[in-house]
Design a protein around this ligand. Sequence first.
Ligand code: HEM
Length: 536
Amino acid sequence: MHSSVSDTAIGLLQLTWSNAFLLLLLLVAHKEIQFYNKKVKVPIVGVPFPGYVGSWIGAVWFFAFGHLVVRKAYESRKHKVFQVAMLERMLVVVTTQELINEVSNADPAELSFYSTIDSDFQVTYTMSRPVLNHVWHLPYIQDKLTKKLMKSIDLMQDEIVNACGLFLGHTKGETIQVNVMETFLDILTRLSNRYFVGKPLCRNVEYIHTAKEYAKDVAICGVFIRCWPDWLKSTASWLCSRIPKNQMIAMKYLGPIIESRKDKMDLLGKKWKDRPDDYLQWLMEGAVENFGNCNDTRDIMLRLMFLNFAGNHTSGETFCMVLYQLVNRPEYMQPLRDEAAEMIAKHGYTSHAFTMMSKIDSFIRECTRFVSLGPIIITRTAKIPYTLGDGTFLPPSTQVCMPHHSVHNNPSIPIYANTDFDGFRFHKIRDGLLQKNPANIQANRTELWTATSNRQLFFGNGRHPCPGRFFASLQAKMLLHYMLTNYEMTADVGSSYEPHRWQTMYIPNTHANINFKRLTDPEPGLKEEIAFDLSK
Ligand code: HEM
């Protein structure tokens, strides 16, 4: 019975009618208990009529048209707080700036981020519970990982040159058409893993495939497992065999590296001068700091895979979303190239030069505002009975979130007054400030993509803003700059660049292609390096 969820779905079709009926009954009973136990007294939107049957119809409707339900309710301005019916639970949405602030900044003992992650991704059955129970790995992301990238951008550049050469072509004049999602998930996973585990593992095809698929498998299995009552979850998780399989593959590669590094740490201690400077090493040293040793190889592997879960698909999907907008708006390409060339001429090929590329930052942020990765964000779970500032009572286990895509398109918020696409919207704000006062050194930091606030929610806000956002931002800018400089990118006339939208997700179109024509000669040694990597 060891098969993936999709295999299982096919297997379920072969079940007898009586078994299928029993399964359906269990699901219905589970939803009924969920619906009545967590009844919140706020208007339900997107349901044809109130009550249990209405919530079922609403849930099916929300599955298909969740983005429209949320947008319509937000734009109607009728409710400060509303709720929507989902297949497995109700979801409360707050809409005012005050309530968005309140929920983002709430005490985690009252409105919890980790309980949401646990319940959405069923962490106990997918990524392993200890990874969430004690998040000692977290500070290494915002602090060490970002700093490492800023001071060693040569590693990122080296990986970008290699990955683009391999996937997008390295012969001058050659045009290659690629499937964007597949290709850029591979590229982004390789780039991040250069800093997570270093070379050569970051170029190992099987490891990168596993690191890339991990997030998708966890997300799909999380949705599948959470539909079942608690007592059936471990049986349900038994059907999600791709996660243990991926963990085994990750262990096959990471286990020996961890063991050999551990031996050196034991042998040489602080005298080990040329120790690797990557996330894996920081994890091992963090384990020693926290527990006196790093003997739990599996726990270290799981934490590294957690980072792959958190960082790869988010970065990959965001980048695809940006590319789709760019090839459909080619008039932005030259101004982006010109600004990048100007900044590099002024500041050298440094992280500072990329910080100063205001137009690229603005363009990326505008794409994420205009398209986005889903209608809602920052979901929190009530750990205790909680009363919101407007008096709305949330029983324990209620999930509450905010409609970021609607907020980012709300014309009554001054920076979004004109909601049409304007790639240089945020650049113009910074430029305006500098025109008024050229000595204003803060101007360059205003309204950056990585900023978080109650009107810029893409990376979260309040207590749990994404700690990987500075890494993701610099990585995306460097990759985009390299592509603009070395390739002509054109839309494929046969492709649709509309995202797939369902329930609370927008996924950049997985079938879309883009044409890449190499404009420059390959970097010295690139052909040989790629040939060598491929021959292994
Ligand atoms: C464009 C890419 C990315 C996007 C859009 C994104 C978005 C987010 C969001 C929305 C949250 C949750 C905020 C909340 O609910 O309050 C989050 C959390 C998180 N992100 Fe990212 N992220 C990205 C890239 C990354 C990368 C590259 C890493 C790691 C290197 C990373 C690591 C994390 C972690 C560990 C958390 C959990 C934070 C915590 O426990 O407090 N993310 N991210």
